[in-house]
Design a protein around this ligand. Sequence first.
Ligand SMILES: Cc1ncc(COP(=O)(O)O)c(C=O)c1O
Length: 371
Amino acid sequence: MITDLKLLAEHPSPSLLFFVDEIKHNIDTCLSWVGNQPERLRMHVKTHKCPEVVKIQLAKGLTKHKAATIAEAEMLAMCGAPDVFIAYPMVGPNLKRLANLIRKYAGTKFSVSVDHPEAAAMLGNTMTKEGLTLEVLLDLDMGFKRTGFPVEAAALDLYRTLASTKGIKAVGFQTYDGHNQLEHHADRLAELDRVWSQIMEMRATLEKSGIAVPKIISGGTPTFILYSKLNVPGLECSPGTLTLHDFGYGNRYTELKPFKYGAGLLTRVISKQGANGITVDLGYKAVSGDQPPGKRCIFPYNPEFEFVGHSEEHLMLKHPNPEKFNLGDSILAVPVHICPTSALHRHAIAIANNQVIGKWEIVGRDRDLGC
Ligand SMILES: Cc1ncc(COP(=O)(O)O)c(C=O)c1O
């Protein structure tokens, strides 16, 4: 993390900051959790959406990535990422966009999640028409109820459909358990176990009948530690947030102590009013408003700040000694939820070894990179 904010005197606020040494440390720590076997990691890029971070991952041998949007997938392909899984249902014009993307980046192998027979048919038709075959993973709902087919017998039929549909090739399951945020390790493990044995049974049933289920892509940050300890062939762990880490997860899970904040926000005092009031330029257009007001960022060097109010361009705070601050003073904030926060910024100021080393574009924040 940056220790001397004077370094940023010439940089505008509010700005997103990437702490490159900490990002490398976090990626190394993720790797160490999977026994330094990069093939067991498929980190989600939704957190940073940034080619320079992808290049750091590639240099460390991480060749598998997860994306939520076609734009993120295109950003990955532009970086030369060889294996990109789009964990998002493809419908409407995205079907043809995906086919164009596959054709344009022959050096990248793409795959997508599917959770419905209609989706399988649409993908199969599009790929067949385009003369392509696309790898697909059956998205199983672990209880999050966002996307995914329920973990029940009918899921076997859907997998068999995926395996027999022209234009697509079934290569496994995705199990994303975003609902499993239980704070205590044992509770989280119990919730995972509730469904995991059924998933293993489904895999065994399919394989016994000659239908391969070579990979299973599982989890985010809270369940990473659980999946990292499972000895299951073809299992890939897919945390995203841990690349940058944030206060939301860091404050909740003691297991995440080894991770460091890889992102921050530069904000400045823009107004002082009343007895204790300080206003900074960190509105919810610069730090994500998806968390409750007052719980959207922390101030690691100024923990005495108390929340008063939040608007588009302003964050109103109270401080016991406001006279300590001058208009224009720089303040460091750390977001509670980094993924939607990084998407609010066109660039991040990249800092390594207490030096600004560049301005890194958050390329994947755009919806369409023109593929
Ligand atoms: C499908 C999927 N996989 C992986 C992740 C990464 O999860 P986390 O942000 O908890 O690391 C997400 C995050 O939303 C996701 O939607």
